[in-house]
Design a protein around this ligand. Sequence first.
Ligand code: SAM
Length: 288
Amino acid sequence: METVAKIIKTFKTELKNIYPPEEIRSFTDILLKHFADINKTEAFLYPDKNLNDEIIYKLASAIEKLKQEYPVQYITGQTEFYGLKFKVSPDVLIPRPETEELVDLIIKNHQNHQKIKILDIGTGSACIPVSLKKHLPETEIFALDISEKALHIARENAKINQTQIYFFNDDILNPQENKYTDYDIIVSNPPYVREKEKTLMQKNVLENEPHLALFVKDDDALIFYRAIINFAKNRLKPKGFIYFEINEALAGELKDLLKLNNFTDIEIIKDLFGKNRIIKATKSMSYN
Ligand SMILES: C[S@@+](CC[C@H](N)C(=O)[O-])C[C@H]1O[C@@H](n2cnc3c(N)ncnc32)[C@H](O)[C@@H]1O
């Protein structure tokens, strides 16, 4: 048996050389809630409360994983995205705040015309389609991923959040186009980190998140965008919209690619940190 105060102290001493104090506090809050069902206020009010050995064991092994910079979301198996709960595992990327901005933009732009079909390409945890469906309930939403393991998590997230999403297992680089319908919106946050950018990445991302979800070759960084634009030739309705999350370094190149493929009204939108993060474009009437 150990008290809440003692375990909070253990978090601080064990992790102080790796994380800043606010982050340690946040890990402590998340993990006390997850493993002991004790929230922040309860931990403050009842520091002498005893925790049983099983809980102490789980918290101690979580501390060991955090020391290896293992993401806290994979320890608890869940995260929050756009105010909703999502299950996560190392088979899916942990949804990022930048992607919430992409979702937010689509919701704001399309809430008055919801009788539409949306396809999310490279859906991972399904954070994009589930959040869209929750906020645009009259839309029909479809999503695909090459990873069957990711789709397993995606389906669970659709269920947990009580949303109906139609999932496909497919490779967007070689899609089986006849199984799709025509869409009003295609959205994607595809892999876009170049191999050469690995050195700029944090160890916890690099060592734990799925490389299939993150990386593209240095000499063909737009491979997924090109494939999706190609797919849109047949499967995006005229005047339909494409929304991409982008690598800020590739915004200009991608804009040119969209122009070359007759997309119009191309907008590059910055994220909260002022980085080019989203690109939106319209398919022209006279496509092909
Ligand atoms: C950057 S992650 C995005 C995940 C999720 N949409 C999000 O925003 O958190 C890219 C996703 O694309 C999927 N993916 C990678 N290669 C693919 C391919 N060839 N065809 C379809 N999906 C692919 C990965 O499995 C991964 O789930």
